[in-house]
Design a protein around this ligand. Structure first.
Ligand SMILES: *Cc1c(COP(=O)(O)O)cnc(C)c1O
Length: 635
């Protein structure tokens, strides 16, 4: 594959999806049709990128994903992956909430954990699916096989847990058929003693799939082999696999050394002839193992070159004496690709290492480029502890912002709206619960003022009803003589109704009155308080305490006066609201009235109904309105 796109990178990995798919197809030949497949994507899919590999695996037919821990599972959910995810290792009790919130399937390896999980599930009123792990000889996590039935029967009693699967794990399926058979027999003995087997029974990892057949299993857990890496030489005869990952870098300097010169730290390599060598800008900090010092091999121009001297943190030297025409910036393969000698198995065997480990540690500073049939289909950025936005393409950034908001807000629709509209206004209030109004009906009626002192005003009768979850046992109705004073009430979420009064008003007179205020059918007390330029009405009732947390119907009815000379009346909607009807009635007092709806959302479906003496602005019941939307009536 050519890499014209990687000009900027010092090292990178290429992930070949076509080879991955090929490997899955080869592996599937070893299992019968009715056996399902779990793609193991722990440790960032063995360094191949868990999100990308999971998505590809789902396309290849995976019905489960296997991860090592809660965080890995959460990351997949964060990326919109929805199929079941099994956490293969034991989880901790303080991870239970995250497990349930993210619909992850935990593995049960202790009774204590099962107990806690059951308790939490009960509290949440959910049934949590679990898989139970039996240690049949791996000697790692899980219940020891001799205690399996006892433990199984204990777990069965937990009413809020559903045993969806039981499994075990081979210790040496790649090269020890004798012990694999012993483990398998122990597993079968457990199964025989279980009356009604759960839905999933699984024991084979990927080499188990090739080397071994277990008649009870209906799920296999495929890891290493799907990445095109043999766990044992013997497997080469049984199955053809193509490496999925290629690790690459490029030449950053070309030099020569005289006889007796030393290369790198501690003079670990001393030349015995004149050589030409290249410096590559990668080292153990990039995951290129220190133990490859004086042992590693790289591929330049289809020719194998030896690593000479110690691997440094950020550089290695390779002997290129035998190469013609090498140039700076020439691509170098560190492992993988089509040359068999460069397979990761062979490179890791140069230092008696594990190819699992080498794959996992690669790419700490490398981007991944995904290829499908030689074509680059996606890029994933460096794994960094901090979020670096310039590493992400625009659409990915959008997804991340959207997801971040979604995780903070309970209502999906609300989060969507915030995202697309007024994100910035709400960032500082993001930790509050959002209470929203439903069926917001606001009727404003202009009447003739009969009082001589208000002859330049219309008398205004307002009727407001809406439904909302009650937050407190009291709330306020507030009005103010100027916008500034009113503004502070906009920031208070215990104020349910606000009104702007004429600045000429004397607040000692009855310029604003609350006629009636109710929650459901309870009429509330409303004590008036004058505060500088403001009037506050505290609305309360001893019965409200019991209604906190419930959805209630608010009704608020007021009377006030409005200057004729204003020629416009603004009705604000200050909180999140679903469905609204705003009606302005003016008897025979006004001639031409128009309404100007001001909603943040573009293309908001607003219906305006003009009647003889009224105008009505309608938003459908299921439609959301953002805070600070308004309708202005102009007369
Ligand atoms: C890692 C793992 C696998 C996958 O093993 P491979 O040898 O990579 O196929 C399967 N099952 C469990 C429990 C594992 O931890």
């Amino acid at each position: 594959m050519n890499n014209t796109i990687n000009k900027k990178d010092r090292s990178w990995t290429e992930i070949n999806f076509s080879n991955f798919e090929f490997n899955i197809l080869q592996l599937k030949k070893y299992v019968s049709q009715d056996v399902q497949y779990m793609q193991i994507v722990k440790a960032d899919a063995y360094g191949h990128g868990a999100v990308e590999i999971s998505k590809k695996a789902i396309k290849c037919g995976a019905s489960f994903l296997g991860v090592a821990n809660v965080e890995e599972g959460k990351l997949l959910r964060y990326n919109n992956i929805e199929i079941p995810i099994l956490i293969l290792s034991p989880s901790f009790e303080d991870e239970i909430e995250t497990i349930i919130n993210n619909k992850l399937t935990p593995t049960i390896s202790t009774i204590k954990f099962a107990e806690e999980l059951n308790e939490f599930s009960k509290k949440r009123k959910v049934i949590t699916k679990i898989h139970i792990n039996f240690d049949t000889g791996m000697g790692r996590s899980g219940f020891y096989y001799k205690e399996a039935i006892k433990k199984y029967n204990q777990i069965k009693e937990f009413k809020h847990l559903k045993i969806e699967g039981i499994f075990s794990h081979f210790s040496s399926s790649e090269n020890n058929s004798e012990f694999t058979n012993i483990q398998s027999n122990r597993f079968e003995n457990i199964l025989k003693n279980i009356e009604k087997l759960p839905k999933f029974i699984h024991i084979s990892n990927s080499s188990g799939v090739v080397n071994f057949h277990n008649k009870y299993s209906n799920l296999v857990r495929i890891g290493l082999l799907s990445y095109g890496v043999y766990s044992d030489k013997m497997l080469e005869k049984k199955i053809q696999l193509k490496p999925v990952m290629t690790f690459k870098s490029k030449i950053s300097q070309i030099k020569t050394a005289e006889i007796g010169d030393s290369i790198g730290y501690n003079r670990a390599f001393i030349t015995n002839k004149k050589i030409k060598y290249a410096i590559l800008p990668i080292g153990y900090a990039d995951g290129y193992d220190f133990l490859l010092s004086n042992r590693g091999k790289v591929l330049i121009n289809e020719k194998i070159c030896d690593v000479i001297g110690k691997v440094s943190m950020d550089m290695i030297a390779v002997d290129i004496t035998h190469l013609k025409d090498t140039k700076i910036a020439e691509n170098v393969t560190l492992f993988g690709g089509e040359n068999n000698e460069m397979r990761v198995e062979n490179i890791s065997s140069l230092f008696n290492g594990s190819s699992y480990e080498l794959l996992c540690q690669i790419g700490r500073r490398a981007k991944r480029f995904y290829y499908e049939k030689e074509k680059n289909v996606s890029v994933s950025p460096l794994l960094r502890r901090e979020f670096v936005s310039s590493d992400y393409p625009g659409d990915k950034i959008n997804e991340i912002i959207k997801k971040s908001i979604e995780q903070r807000f309970p209502q999906k629709e609300i989060s969507k709206m915030i995202y697309s509209n007024i994100l910035k206004n709400y960032l500082n209030e993001i930790d509050q619960n959002i209470y929203y109004r439903k069926n917001f009906i606001h009727k404003i009626k202009f009447e003739k003022s009969l009082l001589p002192e208000f002859k330049d005003y219309y008398k205004v009768h307002t009727y407001l009803t809406f439904e909302k979850i009650l937050e407190n046992d009291c709330f306020f109705i507030a009005c103010a003589k100027n916008e500034e004073s009113l503004q502070k009430y906009f920031n208070r979420n215990d104020v349910e109704y606000r009104w702007l009064l004429d600045s000429n008003f004397n607040l000692k007179e009855r310029v604003f009155s609350v006629e009636n205020v109710k929650i459901n059918n309870i009429s509330l007390k409303h004590d008036q308080l004058v505060k500088d330029d403001c009037l506050e009405f505290k609305c309360s009732h001893s019965k409200l305490g019991k209604l906190i947390g419930q959805e209630v119907k608010f009704s608020i009815e007021t009377v006030t006066y409005y200057p004729k000379s204003y020629h416009q009346l603004s009705v604000y909607i200050t909180g999140f609201t679903q469905g609204a009807s705003i009606q302005f009635e003016y008897e025979k007092l006004l001639d031409k009235v128009t309404s100007v709806p001001m909603f943040y959302e573009k293309n908001k479906n607003v219906e305006i109904i003009n009647n003889k003496n009224s105008i009505n602005v309608l938003i459908q019941k299921d439609q959301w309105i953002l805070p600070n939307s308004a309708v202005i009536f102009v007369y």
